[in-house]
Design a protein. Structure first.
Length: 334
C-alpha cells in the first residue's frame, strides 16, 4: 500500500534533524534523527513496519499471528518467538495481568465492543478456561533450526496488540543504531523512544497526552518530559471503550475475570528503557488499576523501567494525577 509521505528534510541545514512522517498500524508515525548524510530512510522504515505487520498484526489477513490463530500449520519466525517470550515474561512478572492469550476474549467482545450486549456468562467462562490454562500452547517445534512451528490448543487465540506497537518502535530504533545514527526520536501512534541528545545538548521533548473526555475530544498535552535514552508509552481507556449505565469499559480485558476493566484509572504513561516493555507494563497497569499498580511499583523498587504517571477520576469525580518520583524528575514544564 502506498501511503502519503511528507518528507520535511529536503533542504534542512546541517544541524537540523531529518524529520519524517507516515502512516502505519492504522495510525501515524513521526520520526526525527540527526544524520550527517541526511539520508532519507523512509523506504527502509516503511518496509520494516510492513515486515512487522506480516508477523504480528491481527489486521493483516495472512500475518503469522492470524495463521497461528486459525490453527494453520504455520511457520513462525524469530520475531514471533521473541514477542511470545516477552509476553510470557511480563505475564509472569505481573501475576497474569498481562496475557497474550486474551485474543479469543477480545474477539468475543468484538473490535470496538460491537458484540458486547450478546456476550453471555457461559461464553466468558468457557473462553477463560483457555486463558487460564498453562497448557494452551502445546509446543513449538524446530526443524533444522529454520522451521519453527507453533501449535495452539483448540480455542486459544493470541493477541500481541498490547506489546506490538512498542515493539515496532524498538525495531526501528535498532535499525537506526545499526546505521550509526546516535540521536533520534521515534513516535509511532504516541509510543515513543528517544536516543541521544539533540544538537543543542538538550534531551528530546515529548508531550504526555491528557486523557481526553471522550473518543471525539481533541488531543491535549498534560505535561512535557525530557527523554534521553528512554521510551514512553501510554495506555488509556479514553480512545477505545464503551459506556453502559454511566460506566466506562475499556478495551483492556482483565484475564482474571474475562471482562473489560472498569475502574477510575483513565490512562497511564510508563517510561522504560525499551518501548515494548513500557507498552506491556502500561497495559498491565491499566488491568491492575491505580492502587494495585502503585503497590506493584513499591514492591519493585529496583526496576528502573516502571517510572509512571497515572491519570484518574477519584471517587468524587475529580481529575487527579499520580507520578512516581522518577517520573516527576523527567517533567520539564507544566
Ligand atoms: P494497549 O493499547 O497497549 O493497552 O493494548 C490494548 C490491546 O491489547 C487490546 O485492544 C487487546 O487487543 C489487547 N489486550 C487487552 N487486554 C489485554 C491483557 N490483559 N493482556 C494483554 N493484552 C491485552
Ligand atoms: Mg500496551
Amino acid at each position: 500500500m502506498l501511503l502519503p509521505i511528507v518528507l520535511l528534510a529536503a533542504c534542512n541545514p546541517k544541524n537540523e534533524p531529518v524529520r519524517l512522517q507516515g502512516e502505519a498500524q492504522g495510525t501515524y508515525y513521526t520520526i526525527a534523527y540527526y544524520d550527517e548524510q541526511h539520508r532519507n530512510l523512509q523506504p527502509q522504515i516503511d518496509s520494516l513496519l510492513h515486515d512487522f505487520d506480516l508477523t504480528a498484526s491481527l489486521w493483516e489477513e495472512n500475518s503469522i499471528i492470524r495463521k497461528v490463530n486459525r490453527h494453520e500449520d504455520s511457520v513462525i519466525n524469530d520475531m514471533f518467538n521473541d514477542l511470545l517470550e516477552k509476553s510470557w515474561t511480563i505475564n509472569e512478572y505481573t501475576n497474569g495481568a498481562f496475557n497474550c492469550e486474551i485474543g479469543a476474549l477480545v474477539n468475543l467482545y468484538g473490535f470496538g465492543f460491537k458484540n458486547r450486549e450478546d456476550v453471555t456468562e457461559h461464553q466468558i467462562d468457557s473462553l477463560l478456561s483457555y486463558v487460564r490454562s498453562s497448557e494452551t500452547i502445546v509446543g513449538t517445534f524446530v526443524e533444522d533450526s529454520i522451521y519453527k512451528k507453533i501449535f495452539l490448543s483448540e480455542g486459544v487465540e493470541l493477541d500481541f496488540n498490547a506489546i506490538a506497537q512498542g515493539y515496532s518502535v524498538d525495531f526501528i530504533a535498532r535499525m537506526f543504531d545499526s546505521l550509526g545514527i546516535e540521536s533520534y526520536l521515534i513516535d509511532v501512534g504516541g509510543e515513543v523512544i528517544a536516543k541521544g541528545l539533540k544538537h543543542n545538548g538538550e534531551p528530546w521533548t515529548v508531550g504526555i497526552e491528557r486523557p481526553a473526555e471522550n473518543k471525539y475530544s481533541e488531543q491535549e498535552i498534560e505535561t512535557a518530559i525530557g527523554l534521553h535514552d528512554m521510551s514512553v508509552v501510554t495506555s488509556g481507556n479514553y480512545r477505545k471503550y464503551y459506556e453502559k449505565d454511566g460506566v466506562r469499559y475499556s478495551h483492556t480485558i482483565d484475564p482474571a475475570t474475562g471482562r473489560p476493566v472498569s475502574h477510575s484509572l483513565l490512562s497511564v504513561s510508563v517510561v522504560s528503557r525499551e518501548a515494548w516493555y513500557a507498552d506491556a507494563m502500561a497495559t498491565s497497569f491499566m488491568v491492575m488499576g491505580l492502587e494495585k499498580s502503585l503497590q506493584f511499583i513499591a514492591e519493585h523498587p529496583d526496576n528502573p523501567d516502571i517510572q509512571a504517571v497515572f491519570f484518574i477520576y477519584d471517587d468524587h469525580g475529580e481529575y487527579k494525577t499520580y507520578a512516581t518520583p522518577e517520573f516527576q524528575q523527567l517533567i520539564i514544564e507544566k
